[in-house]
Design a protein. Structure first.
Length: 150
């Protein structure tokens, strides 16, 4: 059996490796400083592992994960292993605001917890928009007057 494993240190750095040896022993070799690529960033803890029947399958997966360069796919894999809920827990009292709320909606929800300020904001916005439209219409009429007179 071959192990693919991901280690994380206190700085949040990750190390991806494979071993055919005992995984616990491999981790202790990393933490004793016997592995040159990890000895300067100790201590390490195991955050993810997978098992494979042969070395080649594990190596292919290792290359794939290292190719992610710590991007979103890598972060998703590690967070899933850690049981992460993306920073939210059941008691976080988060409120679903829709797929893409406006800044005004976000502000209104955080200030009052209701949609009333949003309706008030929208009414003021419509009123202002109507006033601006009237002013523009007045400018158009006054700019046309000289050309009509001539």
């Amino acid at each position: 059996m071959v192990w693919l494993y991901i280690l994380e240190n206190y700085q949040g750095k990750h190390y991806v490796g494979i071993t055919a040896k005992d995984l616990a022993e491999r981790l202790s070799r990393h933490n004793r400083g016997e592995v040159s690529s990890t000895k300067h960033h100790r201590p390490w803890e195991l955050v993810y592992s997978e098992t494979y029947k042969d070395y080649n399958s594990a190596r292919i997966r290792e290359i794939q994960i290292k190719g992610w360069h710590g991007g979103n796919a890598f972060k998703k894999l590690v967070s899933k292993a850690a049981g992460s809920s993306n920073g939210r827990t059941a008691d976080s009292e988060s409120v679903y605001l829709g797929s893409n709320p406006s800044p005004a909606a976000l502000l209104a929800r955080t200030v009052s917890g209701s949609a009333a300020p949003i309706r008030s904001f929208m009414r003021r916005r419509e009123s202002l928009s109507h006033t601006v439209d009237k002013a523009i219409e007045g400018c158009k009429l006054s700019s046309e007057l000289p050309s009509m007179v001539m």
